[in-house]
Structure formats: C-alpha cells, structure tokens
Design a protein around this ligand. Structure first.
Ligand SMILES: Nc1ncnc2c1ncn2[C@@H]1O[C@H](COP(=O)(O)OP(=O)(O)O)[C@@H](O)[C@H]1O
Ligand SMILES: O=C(CO)[C@@H](O)[C@H](O)COP(=O)(O)O
Length: 552
C-alpha cells in the first residue's frame, strides 16, 4: 500500500480535549487523509492521569501538568508522519481545546517558544520551566466558590454577571480560576507573563509566540463582554490586577494569526507559508463540525455531556451559558455542560458489565423503558447544574415526599436495572435542566450527537426516548470538535484569500460547498416515550432537588 493519496492543499485540525489529543488531516474536499491520537492515561502514564486529569488534595480539585499536552503534541505529529502524511501540503492549521483550562507562561517560556530548536522535541524545550503554574486547573476543577462569589458581588450580582459575560460565575470558568491563583499563589501570578486558554495554547505552539484568545472560547471565562466582544474592564478589575496585559486582546475565531514557526518547517516539513488560525473551545468547535442550522439540538457525549444550539441573540439565562458563536461571529450559542457523564458510565460499565460496552448494551436493551419504576441519579462529582453531589436510587414504591425519599434504596436487584437507571437518569437530568431553561422537545426536535459515547447505539436509543426526538449522527467517523477545527482552518484561509472586496460565503455554506454533511438517522423515539418519561421527569426533579439540598 502506497502513501495516503493527498490532493495538494490540506488542512490540519487538533482537538486537545480532556482525555486525548487528536489530530486530523483533511484534503480540499474535506476528506480525511490521516488521523492520529494520543491518550493521556495510557500513552503518557508518567503523568499519572485518570480520565485525562489529576486530582488534588483539596475537595473537587483537578489539574494537569501542561507539559503533558506539549509531549502529546510531539507524539501526535510523529504518529501522523509515521502514516506518511505529507505535512508540507498543509495550508492552514487550527485547533479545538477543552474549555476553561488555563496555562500560565513564564518569561523563560515565552523566550523558548520564540526560539524553538528543531533538533529537539518540543517537550525537551517547553518543559516545566516554561510555566509558572505546573498544576494547571482544568474544567473539572470546582474549588473556586469563594472567588465566584467575590466576582459576582463586585459586579452587582449573579444576574449582572450573566448579562455581561453570558454566564453567572461557575467554579471551572477561567476568571475565578485566575483569581484563585492570584490570591493563593501571588508570586506565580506576578511571574505569569501571559495566560493562554487550552485552545490558544495550541495555536501558540504552532505560531511560536502567544496567540490571542478567541472570543468564542473567551466567553467561558466570566471576563468577556459577549456583546462588545472585548474584555469587560469591570470583570478584569474584580479578577486580578493587570490581567489585560496577560490576556492580550480577544480576536475573532476566524482570524488567521500568522504563519507556522520555523520549528515545524524544519522538523516536520511544513511549508513556511502554512497559516495558523485561532483555535477555539471544544464545544464551539463541535458545533462548527456539526454543520447543522439553528433548528438542531446538538449533543456531545465526551468526558462531559454537553447540549448546544445556535442562537441569533443572547439570552439572559440564570444558569447555563451563552457564548459568542464560533463561526457566525455576530451570533451566539447556548451551552449546557454536565460533569457526571462518560466517566460515570465507564465506572458502572466496569462494575456491572466487566468494562465491556457490548455487555453493557445487552443489559441496557434487556430492560424495558421506564425500568419498572427504578430510577437513579449519579452525581459522583459535584454536578454543575444543579450544584449537587451524591447518588440516589428510587424504586417504584418511593413517594417523593416520604421519609424514605432522601435515603432511597442502596442498590437495585440486577446489573440490568442499574445500567438502565444510570442512562435514563443521565438523560432525564439533561432534559430537565434544558426544559427548566426554556428548551422544548418533541418529534419536531432533531438531535445530532457526537463525542466518544456517540458510537453507542443503545445509549442513543435511550437519548431518543427520553427526549422524545429522533437522534442522528454524522457519517464522518471522527468527532465533530476535531473536524470543526480543520473546517475552521479552511474557512479562515478562504476568508483571507478572498480579500475584502467580495462578499464571502457564510461558514456553513462554504464548507458544504466542499463536502456534504451526511447525517444518519440512528434512533427514533418509541411511541410511548412521552407517556413513560413525562412522570419520570417529575420524579427525577425531586431526586435532584434532594441531592442539591442535603441538609433539608
Ligand atoms: N462504546 C462506547 N460506549 C459508551 N461510551 C464510550 C464508548 N466508547 C467510548 N466511550 C466513552 O467516550 C469517552 C471519551 O469520549 P471523547 O469524546 O473522546 O472524550 P474527550 O473528547 O472528552 O477526551 C470515554 O470516557 C468513554 O467512556
Ligand atoms: O467545561 C466544559 C464546557 O463548559 C467541558 O465540556 C470541557 O470543554 C471539556 O470537554 P470534553 O473533554 O468533555 O469534550
């Protein structure tokens, strides 16, 4: 077999998500010509991550060592080269990064980034000394409640914060995380010359200098005025001193930020003309990769489960997030993120079906919808919405207001029932939260699913039933966040090459002019879905309320 066929111009996308770094190379028809990934837990065991993260000594503390991401970049590029991918044909690169995580560059790190030696690995140069914080907080961290309250209070309350930045303060958002570092490790903050998000960190590596933060991922910081698309001075002031210098001005996600630096030209044969495009957050990137219009509800079943929709005007939500749209830059998107997702499914799969997804599915499929009245809520980690922790199981006999309700039952009678209770409980949770914020679901709703668990048809069938809506997947075989990164690279280059005279095609029209978005209808809801799940939604709400109010 000869080397993979390449049509001259290729586009390279990366997704630096929670558990892996993935890369995809597309030809000019947006067809995949090479792909590679590096799984942190197994490919980089020296960093001792579980599910891509390290847990700290503080309750709800999660971090990673940023050098792990640098090392993963060395390996993923080598893996592409080992597939004989011709990187000299790449004309544009962009990335997708897990949202909210932050990287704190030292003076030495900035200097190193600008003078990379192509004879050495990246991680041999951008090592621990490049960062002033070597246990860098990621999105799973929830240790900043104090900083959230301080920031909200200083701007005039939760609602004011939400109106300005698209979200009330959430523990994992970068602003409260930066404030915690400023308060607890003031030397590190003083020495941090620049602060990147995970997304802008990827583009910075390729640029060989700091790439600005794009305003779509920047909307996940509680620092950006989402209407004006500039940092809110009010939020910066209440977060940490001289923060604007460390962040640099935000840019459109469609920006070509420069050419790839010499290191990549010499070491991997990239063309010196190859463009680096701003990277964005993995959820905005997934929306970019889904190529559907605003009528679709999109769901990512990655480490976190997320629900996303495009939005013409920003909403004033008390919970959930409104972000600047990644591709239609005068519009917005909604985002709901659920933390107890794949890792909880994985845990139950391990304990109930020996870690075998086929067996997990066999068990799930062998139980009826509604699970004989057995339900479970699994918030192993502090959930984001509602803010609640614990596990609660109810059988059909438990009455919501009864003394048994808070305790529930300790376990169910079979692995089959446990598994259905978990998956139904997760989907009921997602639907209830979305409905409480005003979403409406039914046959007219179409759901497009991506992310690691989207290969699981039994989970998708439960999703279709609980949401009472048909569920589709894309034909790609690669996740939307990753594809979205390469698509955005292609679109930003198209805008740049078109120049200012002509009216450009919109992102979706442009990408669909190169490729088709083949969607597969995977599951339709059963006819009795509404009848079964409407009463379960009411019971679920009470279970979640109990977990959110443990002292009542
Ligand atoms: N067949 C499957 N059924 C259910 N879940 C799966 C299956 N295969 C993979 N997953 C889940 O996908 C998750 C990883 O999803 P992915 O989107 O790659 O994560 P991330 O982008 O957050 O790193 C894993 O935690 C795993 O539990
Ligand atoms: O915190 C959020 C979104 O607000 C998470 O969705 C992260 O962006 C991580 O994404 P995955 O690795 O689960 O895709």
């Amino acid at each position: 077999m000869g080397p993979p066929k390449q049509i001259k111009r290729a586009f390279l996308g990366f997704d630096l998500s929670t558990q892996k770094l993935k890369a995809v190379l597309l030809n000019c028809k947006m067809e995949v010509i090479a792909a590679a990934e590096v799984k942190f837990d197994t490919d980089l065991p020296e960093f001792r991550t579980t599910g891509g993260a390290n847990s700290g000594t503080e309750k709800n503390e999660y971090f990673v060592q940023p050098v792990m991401w640098v090392k993963a970049m060395d390996i993923v590029l080598d893996r592409l080269v080992m597939q004989q991918a011709d990187l000299s044909t790449v004309v544009a690169i962009s990335g997708s990064g897990q949202q909210h995580g932050s990287v704190y560059w030292s003076k030495h790190g900035l200097k190193t980034l600008q003078s990379l030696n192509s004879d050495k690995f990246l991680h041999a140069q951008i090592d621990d000394s490049a960062f002033v914080v070597n246990r860098t907080p990621i999105w799973m961290d929830a240790t900043t409640t104090k900083q959230c309250l301080e920031m909200e209070m200083a701007v005039g309350g939760k609602l004011k914060m939400a109106e300005l930045t698209g979200s009330k303060c959430y523990e994992r958002f970068t602003g409260p995380q930066i404030r915690k570092i400023y308060q607890k490790r003031c030397h590190a903050y003083d020495e941090a010359k620049r602060i990147s998000l995970v997304s802008s960190f990827i583009s910075s590596l390729f640029l060989g200098s700091i790439c600005p933060i794009d305003f779509s991922d920047g909307s996940g910081m509680n620092l950006l005025d989402i209407r004006k698309k500039v940092w809110s001075q009010e939020c910066l002031n209440v977060c940490a001193p001289d923060l604007d210098e460390r962040l640099g001005p935000p840019i459109s996600p469609n920006t070509v930020v420069g050419n790839v630096c010499k290191f990549f030209v010499k070491r991997f044969s990239f063309s010196p003309d190859c463009k680096v495009v701003a990277s964005t957050g993995d959820n905005p990137s997934a929306l970019s990769g889904m190529l559907v219009n605003e009528k679709w509800l999109t769901i990512s079943l990655g480490t976190s489960d997320t629900l996303m929709m495009s939005l013409k005007e920003p909403l004033n939500w008390e919970e959930g997030h409104v972000l600047c749209h990644p591709t239609i830059t005068d519009q917005y998107m909604t985002l709901l993120c659920f933390k107890n997702a794949s890792l909880v499914r994985e845990g139950i799969n391990k304990s109930m079906s020996g870690g075998n997804w086929d067996k997990f599915n066999e068990y799930l499929d062998s139980t009826p919808r509604g699970n004989f009245g057995n339900m479970a809520v699994h918030f192993n980690d502090m959930e984001i919405i509602p803010k609640a922790q614990g596990v609660l199981r109810w059988n059909k006999d438990i009455k919501p207001q009864s003394p048994e309700a808070a305790k529930g039952v300790t376990k169910f009678s079979s692995a089959q029932i446990e598994i259905r209770a978990l998956v139904e409980g997760q989907m009921l949770h997602h639907r209830a939260v979305a409905e409480d914020l005003g979403y409406r679901f039914g046959h007219e709703t179409h759901i497009l699913v991506t992310g690691g668990a989207s290969v699981n048809k039994s989970i998708l069938q439960t999703t279709a039933d609980v949401f009472n809506s048909p569920v589709y997947t894309q034909d790609e075989g690669h996740e939307a966040a990753l594809m979205g990164a390469a698509y955005r690279a292609a679109y930003a280059l198209y805008l740049e090459e078109l120049g200012k005279q002509e009216t450009p095609l919109r992102y979706r029209d442009y990408i669909l002019s190169l490729t088709t978005n083949k969607l597969n209808l995977v599951c339709e809801p059963h006819k009795d879905s509404q009848e079964i799940y409407a009463p379960m939604l009411l019971r679920y709400r009470e279970m979640a309320r109990i977990l959110a109010n443990p002292n009542e």
